[in-house]
Ligand binder design. Structure first.
Ligand SMILES: [Zn+2]
Length: 507
């Protein structure tokens, strides 16, 4: 035991950055979701099912003294402004300056795929500055962090931390549990120091739709990693980092890391074997997408049919106002359609006319030119709400980002003979059915549900779904990475075919 009541400095900095989006992410986006200082971190997270909640509960049970620094989180979105990183650094290091002498460790809740205007590797830079902070003061403490499975991990992150630990599940049903486990590793490291981390980057970048943990390659990789962990008690963890494909940075893509008390050479051999395992299952990482037309002609469709719009995957950062499926679907004679579109302007139009009124709206397609045109929709306003709801499932993927209480901002539900459309003010990923039910929509009775996600919806939607199809539609979270104008990934592979290693820039 290190000492009876160790003191841990904790902070959180959480953003998955989609660098192909035109919009920048400023401090306002963090204020909308989470920007907490000091003790506010405790009151805002305790019991909310988030990774920070996981850390706090472990710390309380272990009798640790917690010094909360700063916590910032925003929904996945475009490039973070430098002002965001500057704000975090200023407050993080100011708090550390006050408390560093009494600190026995630093614990961080970070995403791992954050990019800001002048720093492609925000977490790497932060960890490096943290090491510099302590080395200048002649002090060394363990630095442990819990990260999202979609982290684009860099050698710099590994070199400047003691132990990084990532979620295993995608959808991220284990985010809180992973934070608890990382805290337990910290306890182990105090009791028995002397761990090392080994890193292995691969040349492969895969789209989110190919990274579900229930399917290969993730299933096979996680299984192999778990087997190595189980057979080697001197290994704390082996991480499978799936990477986040929409960050155009050199460290983008699949990588592996190991935190071990054993030799670096042994760990390197394991990580290389994981690289071979990935190559064996590589084609599964690039899933096939159907055309909407082809799906609609299939006989015997079982309702509700999920039409998965991965190209406007809100959890991947896109605007959530894409009409690439909604517009052509409304042009058919299909009925029973349920869709969620983020469109604050249309919400205001509905509030103006009021419940029971019929109006014609221009819905969606307003944020940029990559996600379709606004679609004309004439319907009756059947509900207006403040858009707040509590997760039905506290282990929902959404809890890893927001905790259990979600704020979609003012919302409106409009309906006509074909479709029921939920209009939101803040884009909200479809990771929990409470999103629909809280607005008076019963998803089970739908014929078609348009789902703006890649994998993160599965825990909520698969149990109620009849059939489910990934639909090829326009958008910057396209699963066809060959359409994206990559410039900074070097020779990394973005498609299933080795000969297709350069972008065709069709978006
Ligand atoms: Zn993730």
């Amino acid at each position: 035991m290190h000492q009876p009541s160790p003191t841990v400095f904790v902070s959180g900095f959480f953003h998955e950055t989609h660098t192909f989006l035109r919009e920048r992410t400023g401090l306002g986006a963090f204020r909308d979701l989470a920007l907490h200082h000091g003790s506010e971190i405790l009151s805002r997270n305790e019991g909310n099912g988030s990774p920070m909640d996981g850390f706090l509960s472990y710390a309380a049970a272990a009798g640790w003294k917690v010094i909360p620094g700063i916590q910032m989180a925003a929904m996945p979105s475009g490039m973070a402004e430098d002002a965001v990183f500057d704000y975090f650094r200023e407050h993080f290091f100011a708090a550390l300056e006050v408390h560093w002498q009494q600190i026995d460790a630093v614990y961080l809740v970070v995403h791992g795929a954050m990019v800001c205007e002048s720093t492609p590797d925000v977490e790497g830079r932060l960890l490096e500055e943290l090491q510099f902070f302590f080395s200048r003061r002649g002090k060394q403490v363990p630095v442990v962090a819990v990260l999202d499975l979609h982290a684009n991990v860099s050698q710099k992150m590994i070199d400047n931390s003691t132990c990084l630990y990532g979620y295993r599940e995608n959808p991220h049903t284990d985010a809180r549990e992973a934070a608890v486990k990382a805290a337990a590793f910290l306890q182990e490291i105090w009791e028995q120091p002397g761990v090392r981390q080994v890193f292995h980057a691969t040349p492969y970048i895969a789209p989110p739709a190919g990274q579900g943990s229930a399917a290969d390659p993730m299933r096979a990789l996680l299984r192999r990693a778990a087997a190595i962990e189980a057979a080697n008690p001197h290994v704390l963890c082996i991480n499978i980092w799936a990477g986040f494909a929409y960050a155009d940075i050199p460290d983008c893509g699949f990588s592996f890391s190991c935190c071990t008390r054993g030799s670096a050479a042994e760990a390197a051999t394991w990580l290389e074997s994981l690289g071979q395992e990935l190559e064996t299952h590589l084609s599964s990482a690039y899933p096939y997408e159907h055309t909407l037309e082809a799906v609609l002609t299939l006989p015997g469709l079982q309702a509700p049919v999920l039409l998965i719009e991965a190209s406007d995957n809100i959890g991947g950062g896109t605007p959530g106002d894409g009409t690439g499926i909604l517009a052509p679907l409304l042009a058919t004679t299909e009925t029973g359609i349920v869709a969620v579109i983020n469109d604050p302007e249309a919400v205001q139009d509905c509030i103006y006319v009021g419940i029971g009124a019929t109006c014609t709206l221009a819905v969606g397609g307003k944020t940029d030119s990559f996600h379709g045109e606004p679609v004309a929709f004439t319907g009756t306003v059947i509900n207006l709400t403040n858009g707040r709801f509590e997760l039905e499932n506290k282990n929902s993927h959404l809890a890893s980002i927001t905790g259990a209480f979600v704020n979609m901002g003012p919302c409106a539900v409009v309906q006509n003979r074909q479709a029921t459309v939920l209009l939101t003010t803040f884009k909200t990923p479809p990771m929990d059915l409470g999103q629909l039910r809280s607005q008076g929509i019963t998803p089970e009775t739908a014929q078609f549900i348009i789902v703006k996600a890649a994998v993160s919806h599965k825990q909520a939607y698969d149990p109620i779904a009849g059939d489910a199809f990934y639909i090829d539609s326009p958008g910057l979270c396209t699963s066809n990475l060959l359409r994206l104008p990559y410039r900074h990934i070097g020779h990394k592979r973005i498609g299933p075919d080795a000969t297709e290693n350069s972008s065709t820039m069709q978006i």
